[in-house]
Design a protein around this ligand. Structure first.
Ligand code: FAD
Length: 415
């Protein structure tokens, strides 16, 4: 009936249906022995955590979009919470999913490990609604952490910060978050948080940093620990020792507390900037440790050049900044933010030119087209190069088999 009604509304007779999943909000079952929970997939972040935490447990998936995104969306887009080092990306904490597909309901396998062929949960995570609607998921949960400790370290160079993040991962210290800003991002956020103050305090800070051998372009690293009191104390000592060995200045818990307090607020500064004629955009990738510095340099250069070639007036400039925010034994993600003066008479073309330059550079330099934002429409042209011809044919065949009429999110992921 819904399809007929929508079709009647479309002049061409075609129909676009938008499904609202946000009435699917129940935590159905919590298994404290296996530490898993079965949850309906339309639930928003805050509702989900409220229901789990009432039982002393947590999923702890906190993307920056936590307040306005759902469990189903996190799985569908292979999302990453800010504390993914400890709690894992969506594809790690997903145990099993139930989908409503054009072929009927489908529930994926739910055992902790299996050799019974490829694990089909990996096909669901990242499917972005193209194979079916995730209506329910079983996920891994954790006891609520007894203690949280977030603090800051200042590095003389981005390279030293990267080395610290790599050593922390390789030492297998149980960190919740390691987030390293490059020098433009460190400067930008320092300027934003201290706007209107400045004066004597910042002059004294600069003099102190100079005495300690810091240039004008230091890089801030935030490290978060969560868990039992003993684990957090031990892990914090280990990470601090690694940072100090690499010449970092320990800033204490102040910067960590400030970040934690405002951790979902970043997007709120976008609209006021747009009202003042600025464009603000972000994109992200990941690569191996041995390639992080190279990829960072190349993408910053590509975005900067594309901004310079597409400014509304001569000498107008943009800012390109980045951070490492999710790390693994073999590599880490890079997240770029860029602010640029908008060409109001051709702003879509301007955005496309910058996006294309960044995406081509990521592809040519060993990065993935997306670490956690997903493919959608914008990244689809770069998927083929990453998956290869055979990989793409497997994905297309799956789509054809699952959705022979091509009605599930047409045009997404596969283009
Ligand atoms: C300001 C901002 C900050 C962000 N920060 C992060 C971050 O820190 N980490 C991160 O990982 N992502 C982040 N994102 C991206 C986005 O919020 C996430 O990818 C999130 O997982 C999307 O969930 P959603 O419920 O909003 O899904 P939507 O955005 O509504 O949908 C995303 C895709 O998934 C599909 N989908 C949604 N629900 C289902 C379902 N139940 N079954 C099948 N398909 C479904 C949709 O069709 C669509 O293709 C951010 C986005 C914004 C705008």
């Amino acid at each position: 009936a819904l399809a007929r009604r929508a079709a009647a509304l479309m002049p061409s007779g075609g129909a676009i249906l938008t499904l609202d999943t946000t009435l699917l909000t129940r935590v159905i079952q919590i298994d404290k022995v296996s530490m898993t929970a079965r949850i309906e997939a339309g639930i928003y972040g805050p509702q989900l955590e409220e229901q789990l935490q009432a039982h002393g447990v947590t999923l702890a998936h906190y993307p920056q979009s936590f307040l306005y995104s759902t469990l189903g969306g996190w799985i569908a887009a292979r999302g990453a919470g800010q504390q993914s080092n400890r709690y894992g990306k969506a594809e790690k904490w997903l145990v099993s999913a139930k989908l409503a597909t054009p072929k009927g309901f489908w529930t994926t396998e739910a055992t902790p490990a299996s050799a019974a062929g490829p694990n089909l949960n990996q096909l669901v995570a990242g499917s972005e609604g193209t194979l079916g609607v995730i209506v329910e998921a079983t996920v891994k949960i954790h006891d609520l952490p007894e203690r949280k400790d977030y603090r800051g370290y200042l590095f003389k160079t981005f390279a030293q910060g990267i080395e610290a993040a790599r050593r922390i991962n390789h030492a297998e210290i149980p960190v919740a978050m390691v987030r390293l800003s490059d020098s433009p991002e460190t400067y930008f956020f320092q300027a934003l948080s201290s706007s209107g103050s400045g004066g004597l305090k910042s002059k004294l800070q600069r003099t102190y940093l100079k005495m300690k051998g810091f240039t004008d372009a230091p890089c801030l690293m935030l490290i978060g620990h969560e868990g039992t009191k003993e684990t957090v104390i031990w892990a914090q000592e280990q990470t601090e020792a690694i940072c100090r060995r690499l010449g970092a200045l320990a800033l204490g818990t102040g910067p960590g507390k400030r970040w934690f307090h405002g951790r979902f607020n970043g997007p709120a500064v976008r609209d006021p900037m747009m009202d003042r004629g600025l464009g603000v955009e972000t994109l992200e990738t990941s690569t191996r440790w041995s390639n992080i510095a190279n990829l960072h340099e190349k993408v910053v250069e590509a975005i900067s050049n594309a901004i310079a070639a597409n400014v509304p007036e001569q000498n107008a400039r943009g800012i390109v900044m980045a951070h490492v925010s999710h790390s693994y034994p073999d590599g880490a993600s890079l997240y770029f933010t860029f602010v640029f003066p908008r060409q109001l008479d051709r702003e879509v073309e301007q955005w496309q030119a910058i996006k294309r330059a960044a995406s081509d550079t990521i592809e040519m330099n060993g990065g993935t087209i997306t670490h956690h934002h997903g493919v959608g429409v914008d990244h689809a042209p770069w998927l083929g190069e990453e998956k290869g011809e055979i990989g793409m044919s497997i994905l297309r065949a799956t789509k054809r088999e699952m959705d022979s009429k091509g009605v599930m999110n047409p045009g997404k992921v596969l283009g």
